[in-house]
Design a protein. Structure first.
Length: 166
């Protein structure tokens, strides 16, 4: 991490991963799966404004994984290994306090996924299943500053949770 000026920090990250294959899981030809390996690169900038009440992060990343186990489209109930998948993307996060006690967090991610290598040439260049190109989230919280209101809120949550549990 490098901070050229007080409200701005630049950062870079690199990591590698290794996940052994699942015990007793095998290919349709009864051979064991290879371990899943991967590496990730990320660069970004973090900023803070309004005395820390507003913060934002913008990041670009690339994640590459090899030997990923996925459902076999030709044999339901079985799995196969995909040679290599790569995901590149950009993520933007913003968090801040709108009013005293009211905080909000929002994020947006764009992902460009691709199967980059495989023994089956039909898979190469395809988009992996269950990967959304666009993703967004919004989260908000409000902290009660009045002790009486806090007790009412706690009682109300307990009452609602108790009724749901019964």
């Amino acid at each position: 991490m490098y901070q050229p000026i007080p409200p701005v920090s630049l950062y870079a990250s690199y990591s590698r991963s290794f996940q052994p294959s699942r015990p007793f899981s095998v290919n349709t030809d009864n051979s064991p799966f290879k371990p899943t390996t991967g590496e990730a690169f990320e660069v970004g900038v973090k900023t803070e404004f309004l005395d820390g009440k507003l913060a934002a992060t913008l990041a670009a990343y690339q994640i590459t994984k090899q030997n990923i186990i996925v459902s076999d489209p030709d044999n339901p109930g079985f799995s196969i290994e995909v040679g290599e998948q790569r995901s590149r993307g950009i993520e933007f996060d913003i968090a801040g306090e709108i009013l005293p006690g009211w905080k909000i967090i929002g994020s947006y991610t764009y992902i460009d996924p691709e199967i980059t290598e495989d023994t089956n040439p039909d898979f190469k260049g395809n988009i992996p299943n269950n990967v959304s190109r666009n993703s967004a989230s919004l989260w908000t919280t409000y902290e009660l500053s009045n002790r009486r209101l806090e007790r009412v809120w706690i009682w109300l949550r307990c009452y609602i949770c108790g009724r749901q549990a019964g």
